[in-house]
Design a protein around this ligand. Structure first.
Ligand SMILES: Cc1cc2nc3c(=O)[nH]c(=O)nc-3n(C[C@H](O)[C@H](O)[C@H](O)COP(=O)(O)OP(=O)(O)OC[C@H]3O[C@@H](n4cnc5c(N)ncnc54)[C@H](O)[C@@H]3O)c2cc1C
Length: 582
């Protein structure tokens, strides 16, 4: 049992430290939970297995029939994360992510409908609800009598969620809400909305979270959006016109709603990661079948190296994404509180791996991949959203790097503060300096402190272990150098921040794969785990190359050149290098 509930793996990497007990052994599902999951999988196969033609038809129609929603309700799919005391299944993060994964194997719109309800729609009640609020709404949310939606985005507030304009003005015992929310998943079918509104007009912030129900006067939803993918899921605007919301509908504290929103989104990310992994597993099945069945030049296309390579990379990506999602969900289930960075990584890594997988699978299908009669084009359309909603890849990368480097920044700040007061308190100042100097010296010489190494991994993984340790030292050095170079201006240095984030994403994924393969060897022996050892070899080599390239770029002129080109394109508003002007 880990006692360091506040330790966090990725921020520690920035300090050159490997908190290996957080990752090893790789978490295994509890037997009772595995049994529940098997029962759920059986139900899903019976209900969703024969529906492939329906899912394709509902994609075209852009809507899911109400009778099918009723089937999802009756199967108990809206009670997955609701505690048993309120009539739900009370699944932990790992089991929940696994169910979303399974749903995504059948249909992305179904996974998104159930996911938005459980991951973000009702999550505020689980995290912040008072006993009265929970007793009042959770039982009906568990049965699906009430479906839930999460309402943050507005026409002028997307990534910059703190700039929302919806207002909540206190009037006696009520708040009166006015505003427009857009692109709300389940917007057309939800009965309960977690709505974020400003409770003070002074500048940014002062946001409060409210539970709003559809039966309140002034609540309405707009038409179903005509989307690129996940077309059968409901996405609508939600309008709030003089909606009187009683004060006992406030979730958390008045004025602390931004924190509520961020906690909900952090908690929801392993669900989305799980969905991505499920999508990848289905795509691999389809791609393997295509590669076996399609012949060209007298042989199955799967026998060609370039096609086999694609399948291999898909499996490596899926294995790595699954390792990350299970690892983060496992940390959550063991009560770890500091997983915001790791869960953001799980979303970024899994959603991008899913997109690569879908794109390469379409390529394996060739021209057929482009035809609407085949499944590929819908898959590519469906998976694209994952890199956008619940935090875009760009915003999450900034969040990952800036949050992870916070400790390094804090240390640098302490040092400068310590230096300032060095003559007042030489002993304290000396302590600070010597600690810091030790860390810098260890980074500079490559002599790692004991904490910069793994001790729990199987010895046969020495090569990858050393690659990980070397990358950690390089990363910590780069974080230190970058923060000194830019100081507070790091916020404006997005390309440098992105490079550090890229390295962190790969390094965390590699840590999860290392821990998983090591645990597999310990549990089942080297021979049985040999195929997984191969996945590790393939992933580690690529990750190390990408990390080296990301960090090397911090000191090269490429980023400045690209920014200059982009700046000129912004000014010109067009491509100016045509050799025959129109
Ligand atoms: C199908 C669908 C379902 C959705 N469901 C919900 C839902 O249930 N509830 C809800 O509240 N919202 C929902 N959304 C909204 C979604 O969360 C937002 O679309 C997303 O957060 C991005 O906001 P935006 O679209 O306004 O893009 P913008 O914020 O305008 O961003 C546009 C681009 O600029 C980049 N960018 C923005 N700011 C920065 C920056 N500071 N630095 C670098 N790059 C930046 C972004 O990464 C992106 O590439 C949904 C959206 C869709 C399409």
């Amino acid at each position: 049992m880990i006692d360091k509930k506040n330790a966090s793996f990725v921020p520690s990497l920035c300090m050159g430290e490997i908190e290996e007990e957080l990752l090893v052994p790789y978490p295994a599902p509890k037997p009772a939970e595995a049994e529940t999951l098997r029962a759920i999988f059986g139900t899903l196969e019976k209900m969703l297995g024969p529906r492939a033609a329906d899912f394709a038809a509902w994609d075209r129609a852009g809507e899911m029939p109400p009778a099918f929603l009723q089937e999802l309700r009756e199967a108990g799919l809206f009670g997955l994360v609701v505690p048993e005391a309120y009539g739900g299944l009370g699944l932990g993060a790992t089991a929940y992510a696994r169910v979303i994964q399974e749903l995504a194997r059948y249909d992305a719109s179904v996974a998104v409908t159930v996911g938005a309800h459980s991951s973000i729609g009702l999550r505020g009640l689980l995290l912040f609800g008072t006993p009265e609020q929970r007793a009042r709404w959770l039982p009906r949310l568990a049965t699906g009598e009430l479906l839930a939606a999460f309402c943050l985005t507005e026409p002028t507030a997307g990534s910059d969620a703190a700039s929302i304009k919806t207002t909540a003005v206190r009037d006696g015992d009520d708040f009166v809400l006015n505003g427009e929310k857009i692109w709300i998943t389940n917007g057309g079918i939800a009965g309960l909305f977690t709505v974020f509104a400003k409770t003070s007009q002074e500048g940014r912030g002062h946001i409060t979270a409210f539970v709003v129900t559809r039966d309140m006067k002034g609540v309405s939803s707009g038409p179903h959006e005509d989307k690129m993918g996940i077309r059968a899921s409901s996405t609508t605007s939600v309008l709030l016109e003089d909606v009187r919301v009683p004060a006992d509908h406030v979730l958390g504290e008045v004025g602390k709603g931004f924190k509520v929103a961020m906690r909900i989104l952090n908690a929801g990310r392993t669900g989305l990661g799980g969905g991505s992994v499920g999508g990848m597993k289905r795509i691999i099945e389809l791609a393997a079948r295509q590669a076996r069945e399609r012949s060209q030049f007298g042989r199955p296309i799967g026998s060609f190296g370039l096609v086999k390579e694609k399948l291999g990379r898909m499996v490596v990506d899926a294995y790595a994404a699954e390792s990350v999602v299970n690892m983060v969900a496992g940390l959550v289930d063991r009560g770890h509180e500091e997983v915001a960075v790791e869960s953001a990584i799980s979303k970024v890594f899994a959603s991008e791996a899913l997109f690569r997988t879908a794109d390469e699978a379409l390529q394996i299908a060739g021209g057929m991949g482009y035809m609407r009669e085949a499944p590929w084009e819908r898959i590519v359309r469906d998976v694209r959203i994952n890199r956008i909603f619940e935090g875009t890849s760009e915003i999450l990368r900034l969040f990952i790097a800036l949050t992870a480097m916070n400790d390094v920044a804090q240390e640098l700040k302490d040092i400068s503060a310590g230096l300032k007061g060095i003559f007042d308190d030489p002993i304290k100042g000396f302590g600070l300096l010597s600690d810091y100097a030790k860390r810098r010296a260890s980074l500079a010489t490559g002599l790692r402190r004991a904490k910069g190494t793994w001790t729990l991994l199987h010895p046969s993984l020495a090569e990858e272990q050393q690659a990980f340790e070397a990358a950690t030292t390089a990363l910590a050095r780069a974080a230190d150098r970058t923060l000194r170079r830019h100081g507070k201006r790091i916020i404006e240095e997005q390309l440098a921040t992105r490079r550090l984030a890229d390295a962190l994403v790969d390094l965390f994924a590699l840590g999860c794969v290392l821990a998983r393969v090591s645990t597999a060897i310990d549990d089942r022996g080297a021979d049985a785990a040999a195929p997984e050892r191969e996945i590790l070899r393939a992933f580690a080599a690529g990750a190390r190359r990408r990390i080296d390239a990301s960090l090397a770029g911090l000191d090269e002129a490429e980023d400045a050149a690209v920014l200059a080109v982009g700046e000129r394109a912004l000014e010109a508003g067009r491509y100016v290098w045509d050799n025959v002007e129109r």
